[in-house]
Write a protein that binds this ligand. Structure first.
Ligand code: FES
Length: 111
């Protein structure tokens, strides 16, 4: 679904996701390097990827009704930024996505 990653340094990787036209329904599940992410767009139009790995104890997050849900212990996260809405201060791990002339690129930063 996505193009091969392009590396410019050992701690940065940019991945082409594709045209905004193909992402007609968000959140949209995307696989990159055998990891799953939800492509989301916040109220100001900014895109990002949210990991489906729960920040609590690494459960697998799904979409349920009007939010993200980790079935393991019931934490819920909002659909635009992945902020926990029913538990401790926490947030789904997120990756910046930039829009270059209608093409989306995920920007992975490694420490
Ligand atoms: S592992 Fe997700 S809520 Fe506990």
């Amino acid at each position: 679904m996505v193009d091969s990653p392009k590396s410019s340094s050992s701690n940065y990787k940019e991945v082409k996701l594709g045209s905004t036209n193909i992402f007609t329904s968000l959140p949209c599940l995307i696989s990159i390097d055998q990891e799953n992410y939800f492509l989301v767009q916040n109220q100001s139009g900014r895109y990002s990827l949210l990991s489906d790995v729960c920040p609590h104890m690494w459960g697998t997050i799904i979409i349920r009704d009007d939010c993200f849900l980790c079935p393991d212990h019931g934490w819920r996260f909002d659909l635009s930024k992945g902020i926990c809405i029913n538990g401790p201060r926490s947030q789904m791990y997120n990756i910046d996505v930039i829009n270059r002339n209608g093409i989306l690129f995920a920007q992975f930063q490694y420490q």
